[in-house]
Design a protein around this ligand. Structure first.
Ligand code: PMP
Length: 387
């Protein structure tokens, strides 16, 4: 049996209830939501509404209509950035961001938007006073990831976001690696835009996610098309979520996403987080003890997400990943993880890292197998070089 330790890419497996919810929605809520008065359309509409409301409760969003469904975090970030920014606007970001955030920003730079990237230290955590200096007038937006997909570094959002609000700066948080794993309350943080994938920590199917949009903001749509309402208008309606949700929604995916969030609620997010922290701590301690291993990101004992990145002396990351699967059946991710600048900050550029990310179904003995495998790979006398 293979061991899956790549939950930062997407969580796998999903709870059984997620698989069942997808099938149930496909079989029994088969209409097009918001596109008819017949029972199948209404059933599908109910699925969508219930998911929106479940997410609103989970993330402490007051008005569920401000939750706009997307295909994942990438689409949510694109919708936020392209929907908000105008030529002449200034955006501050960090060196730890994923290409899902940096590439839209680079594209917007070509259209006259100024972008400043604050470089973090080796722990991947941004210095608050440096960030505050960068957020000088006339900064319009701070776009920042909550948790790094390379190192698990967690940014101090509880300090940064209220400060931005006080200084009239809008905030976009990429919660791709934190949603479902770390507590996230829109009401408490006061974030303006929150991009969340459904398929990672929320345990939903691929192709799901959402963008939360603060009631103060009016975004331009990324997609134009049918909404099921105001069909004679040539423009997109003003109302959310319809304004930003052109086209038919992914009803089975959203039903699965609701089941994923309900599973988290039933299990207790704090309990799951504590379990994941134990696995991560064991991984860090075990890897630290292997000769030739270099670890990246926050020191052991400091807060981090469920991501551990390392390298092994004398072997490039790609080879370690290949051998882990070929010799030990362990699936991890290797390389730059779509975040090249993060590696510049962490000290792992250009080779990248081997990334291990346990999930809520990872068992302690699977972590032990990974540790044994890395120790064997790190011991030249035990390497099977003929393979
Ligand atoms: N941001 C970060 C930090 C990520 O790790 C990822 C997923 N690799 C994304 C954004 C993109 O998310 P999605 O695949 O849901 O579009």
């Amino acid at each position: 049996m293979s061991i899956y330790l790549d939950n930062a890419a997407t969580s796998f497996p999903k709870p059984e209830s997620v698989y069942r919810a997808v099938e149930r929605a496909m079989r029994h809520a088969g209409g097009n939501p918001g596109r008819g008065g017949h029972r199948f359309s209404l059933d599908a509409g109910r699925e969508v509404l219930e998911t929106r409301e479940t997410l609103a409760r989970f993330f402490a969003v007051e008005d569920a209509a401000r939750i706009v469904f997307t295909s994942g975090a990438t689409e949510g970030i694109n919708l936020a950035l392209f929907g908000l920014l105008q030529p002449g606007d200034r955006v501050v970001t960090t060196s730890m961001e994923h290409n899902a955030l940096m590439r839209p920003l680079y594209a917007l730079q070509q259209r006259g938007i100024e972008v400043e990237q604050v470089v973090t230290g080796r722990d991947g955590i941004v210095d608050v006073s440096e960030l505050q200096r960068a957020c000088r007038v006339p900064t319009r937006l701070l776009a920042i990831g909550h948790c790094s997909n390379v190192s698990g570094s967690i940014q101090p959002l509880e300090t940064i976001i209220p400060w931005c609000r006080d200084h009239g700066i809008l905030t976009l948080v990429d919660a791709a690696q934190s949603a479902g794993h770390l507590p996230l309350s829109v009401a408490r943080l006061g974030v303006h835009l929150l991009a969340v994938p459904g398929h990672k920590g929320l345990l939903g199917p691929a192709g799901t996610g959402f963008l939360y949009v603060d009631p103060e903001l009016r975004l331009e749509p990324l997609l134009y098309g049918g909404t099921g309402i105001n069909s004679t208008m040539r423009t997109m309606p003003e109302d959310l979520p319809e304004r930003l949700e052109a086209g038919t929604l992914n009803v089975p995916g959203l039903a699965g996403l609701r089941a994923g969030v309900e599973y988290l609620q039933q299990q207790g997010p704090e309990r799951l987080e504590a379990r994941l922290n134990e696995l991560v701590d064991r991984l860090l301690a075990g890897l630290e003890a292997v000769p030739g291993v270099t670890l990246y990101g926050p020191a052991r004992g400091e807060r981090r997400g469920n991501v551990v990145s390392f390298n092994l002396d004398g072997m490039d990351a790609a080879e370690v990943g290949y051998r882990l699967e070929q010799q030990f059946g362990i699936c991890v991710r290797v390389g730059l993880h779509c975040a090249p600048d993060a590696h510049r900050s962490l000290g792992s550029f250009p080779g990248g890292t081997v990334r291990v990310s346990p999930g809520i179904f990872t068992r302690p003995e699977q972590v032990e197998k990974l540790l044994t495998a890395v120790a064997l790979l790190g011991d030249p006398s035990a390497r099977n070089d003929k393979e």
